[in-house]
Design a protein around this ligand. Structure first.
Ligand SMILES: Nc1nc2c(ncn2[C@@H]2O[C@H](COP(=O)(O)OP(=O)(O)OP(=O)(O)O)[C@@H](O)[C@H]2O)c(=O)[nH]1
Ligand SMILES: [Mg+2]
Length: 333
């Protein structure tokens, strides 16, 4: 069975209850009236949500839903302090956003090992030793521990794309994303159909997947604001790999490739330096052009060229190698 990728869970978190303070009196042979010696209760445990590189999804959290940290232990006689309750640590993948059911963001655990204390445990109660006064030297009461904080939270993995689709408007980027994944971006035969980035998850096998980002089309001069500009390139800055998508019917495919690259370069040389493949799209519309288009590209790019059709599915199987290569880049980072 293919494990469902769980990227959103609702949880209830409750900090541990503080331990009760003790009521106790000092007892010793030959000492008739010992003073109060009830120790304080321990503090309840906190709940900490922690980003962990080895955690890939939120599936381990979904069945639990209610998380409660350990209670503090009660105080004892002889001023013995109760032990504090242990903190409860919930591991989540890096990139998890924690927000309230109303949607306000409490934490964005972006970096590995980032953590957020979502609820605190209650304070332990004071033992009767604290309450002795000149009037009442034998207090027979102590404080209860305080309740731990409670919070309803939503944990959501903010998907960070592994592959970015870059191309002129109409190159077929959104069509490719919808062919490979369950994402359903709008597709149309006019430019700038896609106005905001879309992400899709492509399952390669039971344990691996790549996330693909479809972004708006880029035209020459985009870095100066032409078309939709290139501000949205920040959505693919953290990808490991780029697909330059170029329509097979384009007049000069290599020129388009160089233009796209130069626009990327204007945005960030780091982005432009990412490993990439060039996807010549819509091969079904001009099957006879494959060789001509291939010849447009210099020898150094030949092994990066792929010819695909999202309509017929031709060439998509060959992309598998690329996807596994992207996974290697990701795990070897
Ligand atoms: N024949 C054919 N047409 C395709 C193929 N892929 C996409 N198209 C068509 O090309 C047009 C543009 O496709 P989109 O996927 O919207 O292109 P895009 O690159 O996302 O465009 P923008 O969002 O404007 O940047 C649509 O009419 C698609 O139906 C293909 O493999 N074969
Ligand atoms: Mg699109």
């Amino acid at each position: 069975m293919i494990e469902k990728f769980i990227d959103r869970v609702e949880i209830s978190a409750q900090g541990g209850h503080g331990g009760a303070g003790a009521v106790s009196f000092h007892r010793e042979k030959y000492v008739e009236y010992g003073g109060p010696d009830g120790g304080d209760g321990g503090k309840g445990g906190n709940i900490i949500i922690k980003a962990d590189r080895r955690t890939a999804a939120l599936g381990h959290i979904a069945p639990v839903r209610i998380f409660k940290a350990e209670n503090g232990h009660p105080g004892g006689s002889r001023n013995c302090h109760g032990a504090n309750g242990n903190d409860l640590i919930i591991n989540v993948p890096a990139g998890t956003v924690i927000h309230t059911p109303e949607g306000s963001i409490l934490a964005d655990l972006n970096e590995d090992s980032g953590e957020y204390m979502c609820v605190r445990g209650g304070r332990g109660g004071k033992g009767n030793a604290h309450f002795a006064t000149s009037r009442n030297q034998t207090p027979k009461f102590s404080q209860k521990g305080m309740e731990g904080d409670k919070a309803d939270l939503i944990l959501e993995i903010k998907l960070i794309a592994d592959i970015g689709l870059v191309g002129l408007p109409n190159a077929g980027k959104s069509t490719l994303l919808s062919r490979l994944t369950k994402a359903r971006p709008k597709i149309a035969d006019y430019p700038f159909t896609t106005l905001t980035p879309h992400l899709g998850v492509l399952k390669l096998d039971i344990s691996s997947q790549v996330i693909i980002a479809d972004i708006p089309g880029i035209i020459e001069g985009a870095h100066r604001g032409a078309g939709l500009g290139i501000e949205f390139l920040r959505h693919i800055e953290r990808t490991f790999f780029l697909f330059f998508c170029i329509d097979i019917m384009s007049e000069d495919p290599e020129k388009i490739y160089l233009m796209l690259r130069s626009e990327l370069e204007q945005w960030s040389s780091r982005l432009a330096a990412k490993p990439f493949a060039v996807l010549i799209t819509k091969t079904d519309s001009a099957p006879d052009s494959v060789n001509t288009v291939r010849a447009c590209f210099p020898p150094g790019l030949q092994d990066k060229l792929f010819f695909i059709s999202s309509s017929s599915g031709a060439g998509l199987e060959e992309l598998k190698k690329v996807f596994y290569h992207v996974l290697e880049l990701k795990t070897g980072q």
